[in-house]
Design a binder for this molecule. Structure first.
Ligand code: S3P
Length: 175
């Protein structure tokens, strides 16, 4: 049986909100790769992108993933770009069931309506929608490489977490 639950997916699909609820339900710890990067490097994601660039951010991200993948009983919420790097997924899959959360462009657009995300920052609303749509298209193949895919468009984080919880329980019974 795999000991971790890994949530992957685009920005705004609900990984953190659902992950927190799921962690409580399962008695697991909740970890978020973005948060851990900010803690370890004492810098916000925004600052890392701004002063060091995306490539440096990706290297830090992979380092953090390598570290947490060794620990057990965690719900791991990953940054939206994590699955695009094969090495990241190899570490996470070793002891983790991979759950992909998906949502349509409009849902993501509405849920990322702030300045927190460097990839969407400083854009007009129209530009933001185009970026989301293009990035989503180019990443879809990575988000599809999961044990199961859940759509989060039409239910609350609580309902989504309950559905995922049920799936995990059932899949563990079968092992
Ligand atoms: C990113 C998503 C962000 C964060 C960084 C890059 C991406 O995380 O890791 O801004 O490449 O999609 P969330 O998916 O938690 O917003």
């Amino acid at each position: 049986m795999k000991n971790n639950v890994v949530l992957i997916g685009f920005m705004g699909v609900g990984k953190s909100a659902i992950g927190r609820i799921l962690a409580k339900k399962m008695g697991y710890s909740f970890v978020d790769t973005d948060f851990l990067i900010e803690k370890k490097y004492q810098k916000s994601i925004k600052d890392i992108f701004q002063t060091e660039g995306e490539e440096a951010f990706r290297q830090k991200e992979t380092k953090i993933i390598k570290e947490i993948a060794k620990k057990k009983n965690q719900i791991i919420s990953t940054g939206g770009g994590v699955p695009t790097i094969e090495e990241n997924m190899a570490y996470l899959k070793e002891d983790g069931i991979i759950i992909s959360l998906v949502a349509n462009v409009d849902t993501i657009y509405n849920r990322t309506n702030n300045e927190k995300r460097p990839l969407l920052k400083g854009k007009t609303d129209v530009e933001r929608k185009v970026i989301i749509s293009e990035l989503l298209n180019s990443r879809r193949k990575y988000y599809q490489k999961a044990d199961i895919i859940f759509s989060t468009d039409f239910a609350t984080p609580l309902k989504n977490a309950e559905n995922i919880f049920r799936y995990i329980k059932n899949s563990r019974k079968k092992v």
